[in-house]
Design a protein around this ligand. Structure first.
Ligand code: CA
Length: 753
């Protein structure tokens, strides 16, 4: 008997270790979302070859230097392989340089392009490979701050490699005997002129000849060993028909640190296969934090491709010194500091799901991040809102407080809440110098009137709604930490959403300083008082008080009818102040789900709101519909801009069966999981398992649930429930249970009781 139990235990152990070592990275397609262009986005992603949250990533380049559309699936020519950091095509990139292999020296980026086809391309997070039609093969495997590349030239052909210094200033030095190139680049909008990204490149083959060049007039200086200035680059030649392995790493701190990064991350790797294997192990461990079982291989590919993309942002912006301690070049004051720093995220997108996902699956890193935000505030006087790598102040809102309050609600204690609240108070009471989301645009009127007036301020109703939510987060953090002063300051403005609600149309509307509603209202009209959306989309931006919104609308019946209408209204667009179709409009029309515009962020939490109004089964059905209809793992795999992991994180959380509607509460609202079994392997060593054995594409409804064996009627689950470990068992059905989750205590958090 005993030996039988032992055998079962051993089998279980083997099963667990098998699950952890499974080839999850193999499910990922890094080309997901790359079939994008200015007018129509299927993700605006590039095939990122990188480690999780890695500081530097690598990608093939089809677009011109400086073009945000750096890799477009429909283009069949590659002009280089880049070090890249881009958040989205709209922001363009920074600290870029590229390498291009060729058999005749052609430096001009428009003439050196080589043809390829996707049949000869492999695109995985740990390994990218492409064979050009000219037979040159390029392979790339990543480290955190560098990459291992290999260029294989056809037999007997010249073997030349061109380094392009990109579109601003750069410097290169060639060391032929040492088989090395060192240098720096300084490019990108948020990368100041005197900042440098230092790189080092090492080759495992002798350098036969060399020179430098500049990419404005494409002038070549043969035999030159160094160059500095605008667009300066280098070229080197190896023996004919060679196969050369190339190690490279970069640093924002110094050339010496770039060397150290290379030695530490790639020094032990004798060949690219080793780097590739190491990267696969890192990714399998990272992706293995969530193991999904059951359902199709295609669904797993979608899940892990989205989880991969969710695990790229925010990017680590710190390095490890010789003593093994983290330190960083700060994009906020241009100085070097001890500790952690992160960048490349816009909170307007990512406060919704990407950071909440990190609080669950990456709490240690999230703790470092929260401290880094307070440090950024001390360095530049403002909390970050759109970091790339320095502060851009893009979009709207003051959502750093959402991250901080959410972290505290979930037990993360790496920062001083008083400092966080002081920083937020400063943010909420002043307008900053850098953009609409740096400090508070319209702060005077918001404080006097309780809303931001239109048309004095553009996108003002969206601003009012998001400020009110942020003020709730300030209130929540103050309440959790017993800070009466800030509780009093924010407890009134967190209800300011009521001031832009028009009971006659039952919509949020633009409102003038004199209290009159903006005329000629049409809920399908985009822009004006709204940000990249219309009244259908912004109606639901009352994250902190859905019950209060329900009351404003006259009760559950009106509320759920309006939720239904989002999907049943025609998918028509009025372009409004945009003056023409923007890609978000086109994507909503294409999705063919009425006014439901999942290709942009404002409405992404909406399907979960049925849980607050007595129809949770509709959240279950719609969540599954959106996952199935709008996502897949292909180059067309997103319904719009992916946006720094946010749209991917929506999928990842939704596929687990829940979504954090109100960051700052520690609650996740239930939907419908995509898989029969999901295991969360949490950082604290515990496991949370979601079991839904009858789950399939027809059985999307929760008939009944148990949490750790006890009947569970709530429409939400808490962060503590998840991190304590346990089993949520769901009986799935092809018919809704219209009686489950209807009691007041079953409903998720709202300020209004
Ligand atoms: Ca967006």
């Amino acid at each position: 008997m005993k030996s039988k139990q032992l055998l079962i235990a051993l089998l279980l152990l083997a099963n667990v270790s098998f699950a952890q070592q499974a080839d999850l990275v193999g499910y990922v397609n890094t080309l997901q979302g790359t079939n994008s262009k200015h007018e129509l986005t299927r993700g605006n992603t590039y095939p990122t070859t990188a480690l999780p949250f890695g500081m530097h990533t690598w990608t093939p380049q089809t677009g011109k230097n400086g073009d945000g559309w750096k890799y477009q699936y429909f283009i069949d020519r590659i002009r280089g392989f880049q070090q890249a950091h881009q958040c989205s095509s709209w922001t363009r990139d920074y600290a870029v340089f590229s390498l291009m292999p060729m058999t005749e020296l052609v430096v001009d980026e428009n003439k050196r392009e080589a043809k390829f086809s996707h049949a000869n391309e492999i695109a995985k997070p740990n390994y990218y490979k492409v064979q050009f039609d000219n037979k040159i093969i390029t392979e790339i495997s990543p480290s955190e701050r560098g990459a291992h590349l290999r260029f294989s030239y056809p037999k007997g052909e010249k073997s030349i490699l061109v380094l392009d210094g990109y579109n601003r200033t750069s410097g290169v030095k060639i060391f032929p005997k040492e088989r090395r190139i060192t240098g720096w680049v300084s490019n990108g909008q948020g990368f100041k002129n005197d900042w440098k990204s230092y790189f080092v490149i090492e080759f495992d083959q002798p350098i036969k000849s060399y020179g430098t060049w500049e990419n404005k007039n494409n002038t070549i200086m043969a035999d030159s060993l160094s160059a500095e200035g605008r667009g300066k680059g280098a070229y080197i030649e190896f023996a004919a028909g060679t196969k050369v392995q190339v190690k490279t790493a970069s640093s924002y701190i110094s050339a010496a640190q770039a060397d150290l990064n290379l030695k530490r991350e790639l020094g032990a790797d004798k060949n690219l296969e080793q780097t590739k294997q190491n990267a696969a192990a890192v990714w399998n461990k990272s992706l293995g934090r969530v193991v999904v079982e059951g359902n199709s291989e295609a669904d797993k590919a979608t899940f892990y491709s989205c989880f991969f993309r969710a695990s790229l942002f925010s990017r680590k912006f710190y390095e490890i010194d010789a003593a093994g301690k983290p330190y960083y070049f700060s994009p906020y004051d241009g100085q070097v500091h001890p500790g952690y720093m992160f960048t490349d995220t816009g909170f307007w997108d990512t406060f919704r799901a990407q950071f909440p996902l990190n609080t669950l699956m990456q709490p240690e890193m999230h703790g470092h991040y929260m401290q880094a935000m307070i440090d950024a505030y001390k360095q530049c006087g403002w909390l970050p809102s759109w970091s790339f790598p320095s502060e851009g102040g893009s979009m709207i809102g003051n959502h750093a407080i959402s991250l901080l309050a959410d972290a505290w609600a979930k037990g993360i204690r790496t920062f001083d809440p008083k400092e966080a609240l002081d920083a937020y108070y400063h943010e909420a009471m002043n307008k900053g110098p850098w953009g609409p989301a740096n400090g508070r645009d319209g702060v005077k009127e918001y404080n006097e009137l309780g809303y931001v007036p239109y048309p004095k301020y553009r996108e003002s109703t969206a601003k009012t709604l998001e400020y009110a939510y942020d003020d709730y987060c300030g209130y929540a953090l103050a309440k959790m930490t017993g800070n009466k002063k800030y509780m009093e300051i924010f407890e009134k403005p967190m209800y300011n959403y009521k001031n832009v609600y028009d009971p006659s149309t039952r919509f949020m509307r633009g409102k003038g300083a004199d209290g009159t509603w903006t005329k000629n209202f049409d809920p399908i009209e985009w822009g004006g008082p709204f940000t990249e959306g219309n009244a259908w989309h912004y109606h639901w931006s009352v994250f902190q008080d859905t019950k209060g919104l329900i009351n404003l609308m006259g009760g559950n019946k009106n509320f759920t009818a309006k939720l239904d209408s989002v999907f049943t209204e025609p998918n028509k667009v009025k372009v409004g102040t945009y003056g023409g179709m923007i890609h978000e409009m086109t994507e909503m029309v294409m999705a063919n789900l009425g006014q439901y515009a999942h290709g942009n962020q404002p409405i992404q939490h909406m399907v979960y709101l049925y849980n607050y109004a007595g129809q949770p089964w509709k959240a279950q059905a719609h969540a599954r519909e959106v996952m199935t209809k709008l996502y897949d793992a292909t180059e067309n795999g997103y319904p719009g801009d992916e946006d720094q992991g946010q749209t991917s994180s929506w999928y990842v959380l939704s596929a687990l069966g829940f979504y954090g509607v109100t960051p700052g509460t520690g609650e996740y609202v239930l939907g419908s999981p995509m898989f029969k079994k999901i295991t969360l392997n949490l950082e604290n060593g515990k496991k949370f398992v979601i079991e839904a054995p009858a789950n399939d594409k027809n059985h999307v409804y929760i008939q009944s649930a148990t949490l750790n064996g006890k009947v569970y009627t709530k429409n939400f689950i808490t962060h503590a429930d998840l991190t304590n470990g346990g089993i949520l068992k769901l009986e799935m059905s092809n018919k809704p249970n219209e009686q489950r989750g209807l009691q007041e205590e079953d409903k998720p958090f709202s300020l209004t009781k």
